[in-house]
Design a protein around this ligand. Structure first.
Ligand code: IPM
Ligand code: MG
Length: 363
């Protein structure tokens, strides 16, 4: 029995629809397992730009710091897409990741056997796929300075900076090795060390740490080759560590193994307490999907799996997390599908119907 404070930040587009289902899941779990969740909700992203002129209010960040966990929907949409605008929805996401020090983005990619037909890849390629990508989340091109427009000889130019310190690399490396140790004991480090100096630093630091984990099998893979191996031999990977932008791109690719972007959760974590839990933010890897926003047809599974990760990583409620994950799998196994994963002849459920199907199976 516990009392937990959850900050709910639905954001824009389908973020609003799926986050509502995450909250319902927590309410039901609270009821079943006798926990008391207190929810605070606020605007972020485009919705916050419209209401307050900024994508993340400083008060919202403070509220996050005073919470046990943050449930995040998605941000962005065509209304706020002007590349020259000084305020953009994505700034809110980057500001909260940086502000909470959430440097490890944990993105599990596990293929549900029942869903292999909805992937564009062959079933035999997908058998046994169970990968966790650890994406560095508060460094690299997303945060390096300078990041600006310039005028050079009267022409437009722009610069982004991929900057990393050894400590930023080392903490991701240790996290990856330790996670691999608890799983299939295999770690893949992805970089572009044949070209980038920052990648050569990553490789150097990771190789220095490697002897501390002699029981973990290890490989370095270049990011271009990794994008190929991910769809050629996905079942050979276990834990993957990589810098921010490579992780962003590779995890969208990896989501196709699971059939849909809508299936995958992520946990953004920083400093951990001694019991292994810590303040985290839970974000499905799909975006705001403006094309289907407001229609009530988005897949809530990525969000429900986020909710399970929240229970596990921030609240230490393993039994509750497993109960929710089991309910998701059993709904999928029973053939229940939203439009993004429906096969020919399947009835496509609404967001609410799919979430209900999961919650009914919670035991
Ligand atoms: C993600 C998203 C974000 C990112 C965007 C919305 C800024 O693509 O979480 O993967 O690039 O990190
Ligand atoms: Mg992304």
């Amino acid at each position: 029995m516990g009392d937990y404070k959850i900050l709910v930040l639905p954001g824009d587009g389908i973020g609003v629809e799926v986050t509502a289902e995450g909250v319902r899941a927590l309410e039901k779990i609270g009821h079943m397992f006798e926990h008391n969740f207190t929810f605070t909700e606020d605007l972020v992203g485009g919705a916050a730009i419209d209401a307050y002129g900024t994508a993340l209010k400083p008060e919202t960040l403070e509220e996050a710091k005073n919470s046990d966990a943050v449930l995040w929907g998605a941000v962005g949409g065509p209304k706020w897409d002007d590349p020259r605008s000084p305020v953009r929805p994505e700034q809110g996401l980057l500001a909260i990741r940086a502000g909470l020090g959430l440097w490890a983005n944990v993105r599990p990619v596990k293929v549900d056997d029942a869903l292999t037909p909805s992937s564009t890849l062959k079933t035999e390629t997908l058998r046994g796929v169970d990968i966790v990508v650890i994406r560095e989340l508060t460094g690299g091109l997303y945060f390096g300075k300078p990041q600006e427009r310039r005028t050079v000889d009267g022409k437009r130019a722009a610069v982004d900076t991929m900057y990393y310190t050894e400590d930023e690399v080392a903490r991701v490396a240790h996290y990856g090795f330790q996670l691999a140790r608890r799983r299939k004991k295999h770690l893949t480090h992805v970089d572009k060390a044949n070209v980038l100096e920052s990648s050569r630093l990553w490789r150097e630091v990771v190789m220095e740490i490697r002897p501390e984990y002699p029981d973990v099998e290890f490989e370095n893979v270049l990011v271009d080759a990794m994008s190929m191996h991910l769809i050629r031999r996905p079942s050979t990977f276990d834990v993957v560590i990589t810098e921010n932008l490579f992780g962003d791109i590779l995890t969208d690719e990896a989501s196709m193994l699971a059939g849909s972007l809508g299936m995958l959760p992520s946990a953004s974590l920083g400093a951990l307490r001694t019991d292994g839990t810590g303040l985290g933010m839970y974000e499905p890897i799909h975006g705001s999907a403006p094309d289907i926003a407001g229609k009530g047809i988005a897949n809530p599974i990525g969000m429900l799996r986020c909710t399970a990760m929240l229970l596990r990583h921030s609240l230490g409620l393993e039994r509750e997390a497993v109960a929710l994950e089991t309910a998701v799998s059993s709904a999928v196994d029973a053939g229940l599908r939203t439009a993004d994963i429906a096969g020919q002849g399947d009835r496509a459920l609404s967001t609410r119907e799919m979430a209900d199907a999961v919650l009914e199976r919670l035991v």
